[in-house]
Ligand binder design. Sequence first.
Ligand code: AMP
Length: 479
Amino acid sequence: MSFEALGLHTNIIRALTDSGYTKPTPVQEQAIPAAIEGRDLMVSSQTGSGKTAAFMLPALHKLASAEIVSYENGKTPNQERQAARSRGDRPRFQAAKPKMLVLTPTRELALQVTTATDKYSAYTRRLKAVSILGGMPYPKQMQLLSRNPEILVATPGRLIDHMESGKIDFSELQMLVLDEADRMLDMGFIDDIEKIVAATPPTRQTMLFSATLDGMVGNMAKRITNEPLIIQIAGSASKHENIQQKVHFVDDLSHKNRMLDHLLRDASLDQAVVFTATKRDADTIADRLNIAGFAAAALHGDMHQGARNRTLDSLRRGQIRVLVATDVAARGIDVPGITHVFNYDLPKFPEDYVHRIGRTGRAGRKGLAISLVNHAEGMHVKRIERFTKQLIPVDVIEGFEPKKTAAPARSAARKPTGWKPGDSRKTGNNFGSSKPGQRSFSKPAGAGNSSSAGPRKEGGGYKGNRSSEGSARRSFGDY
Ligand code: AMP
């Protein structure tokens, strides 16, 4: 299947060729023709699956075609505004009337969607996309809105501020996209979303993208869409099959720090993200790594938006090799050079684990995700394994063996089905210098034969010494 066969405008295909896209991803193949037809969509797909282009390409196709028609018939709305201005006919304020609105949970994701839109619309005429985000100065946003952009990419809170003060009018909105809708609900945006949806015309086309369509998000999706086409992508991107996952046990903080330093020196590492539970730890570890000679920087929610953007730009340009971040960075970072993700601390929610590790292995590349786990955190790993329905092999590095041994090795039935011990050689994957994984941590529900392995009792070989930092030092609260 080619992009031409999906019916996209040649100017859009030209931009895709420039971006190095040769063929559509599975979600694009299914979503683009239906979206061009004007159908509502409910799509379950993960970040990394090419979902941004799945909604933005058909939207640009439609907007660009519509714009060309009205352009040929006379003036575009923006030209009319300009003409009015040059006649000195200058109204004090005119609300922006976007044609498309993309709602995202985080500022980072919003900026990434806007950047992708600029890239895809390089050869289409007169389409402007702007981000409306919390943390951005109001005068700057007013200036952006005064240009009456066709496409708004926004986080819900700030958008509502502008709606309520009459700066945005959705009466001409044609398309509404909810990107990472599950995450927006997790973040408590349900009321804001309902308010925004209520301000848009019922005739709009609605496209909802989410990691899952179950539960609350599925109910909301059904409420706001009209006879939607449901697309479920359970491809390798959602299972992260291209990402090798490992757990390394650590005895204490000093062991963890030494292990991290060692792993960051892996020759196959291009760029890495190290996830911490707290903002303070992100700063402290970034400082420590800088002193140790790594080009490291922190990224977390206490930083001003400008500083966050600058850090992400430096990461994209390769000036930063190690980004130390809280979960605020777990979604929306799309930097192909990220070969490794480290969970210095495990995430609070298993869903966040999936998003964190998805920072590597972008667009089908291989990636490595390593969790540095204290023995007392066994249950957290188990929860993640249950959620992902994948086993995470435990690995040991020579010279960094934990003093405490983990659960006794079980039968082959407990070994992971995806990446197997020795895979690194068999598959030509050149990640890591450690010895092959010894065993998986536990067995997710429904995987393999349990008769010989038997589910490990809670806490099994891991309980006992809870004096290490996992239980004593941190809670997962304040990112
Ligand atoms: P997303 O799921 O939208 O975050 O996209 C993940 C990555 O895949 C981004 O780096 C995109 O630039 C890239 N991508 C999207 N569609 C394609 C495609 N058809 N071919 C190659 N790369 C793509």
